[in-house]
Design a protein around this ligand. Structure first.
Ligand SMILES: [Zn+2]
Ligand SMILES: [Zn+2]
Length: 206
């Protein structure tokens, strides 16, 4: 799986194109603040003759979903989001483009020869998910390089996030972490350096 990153919006959200070898792709977290930010993404899709199969949201916050409607209008593909975060997206789109594939723990997202498995990782939001592949994991705002998502927004829960981080720590060390903001990392690296995964946080997790 090839991953291309587009940093979008005023909160510098990582929007990803996850590409299979046969050019079927999914668009993850198109949280645009300006429609002009869609152009390089559309240009890449057109130039690469990529076929977008799904738009997938790691969670329902604005900075990850604001471009959903624009891309859905143009691409005519389903938007996928965990059922617990679907209400956020309906609010954002005023019911015009409701989430049309509801994801749960264990749901499989298949495109080309690739499969990503949904890991439900509540805490940052109730319906936050990570997308787990053979060699990588998209972690949304649950896990960042050396950090974790905030839990002080509506629906956030530190105790739920603890459980979610434990689930992530059980993944293979060599998985590349593609977070919702900031640099990529590795699960193994985070287990050593991330205070929330290595037990050095003041708020001891494990
Ligand atoms: Zn968020
Ligand atoms: Zn975010």
């Amino acid at each position: 799986m090839l991953v291309e990153t587009f940093t979008v919006g005023m909160l510098s959200t990582n929007c990803y194109l996850a590409c299979s070898q046969d050019k079927e792709v999914i668009l993850i977290d198109p949280g645009l603040d300006f429609s002009s930010e869609a152009k390089p993404i559309f240009d890449r899709i057109t130039a690469g003759k990529l076929k977008v199969k799904f738009i997938v949201n790691t969670h329902g916050h604005d900075d990850h979903v604001k471009g959903d409607a624009l891309f859905q209008q143009k691409l005519r593909v389903p938007v996928c989001i965990h059922s617990l975060d679907a209400p956020y997206i309906e609010g954002v789109e005023k019911g015009k483009f409701p989430a049309n594939v509801l994801l749960e723990e264990g749901s499989l997202i298949k495109f080309g020869g690739e499969t990503l498995k949904v890991m439900h990782t509540p805490g940052h939001t109730p319906g936050s998910i990570c997308l787990v592949g053979e060699k990588l994991v998209f972690t949304g705002d649950t896990l960042f390089a050396d950090g974790i998502g905030r839990t002080d927004f509506l629906g956030g829960s530190m105790s739920a996030l603890r459980g979610s981080l434990q689930k992530l720590a059980s993944l293979p060390d060599n998985l590349i972490v593609y977070p919702g903001h900031g640099e990529t990392s590795l699960i193994g690296r985070e287990k050593i350096t991330n205070p929330f995964l290595n037990g050095n946080s003041e708020d001891v997790l494990f």
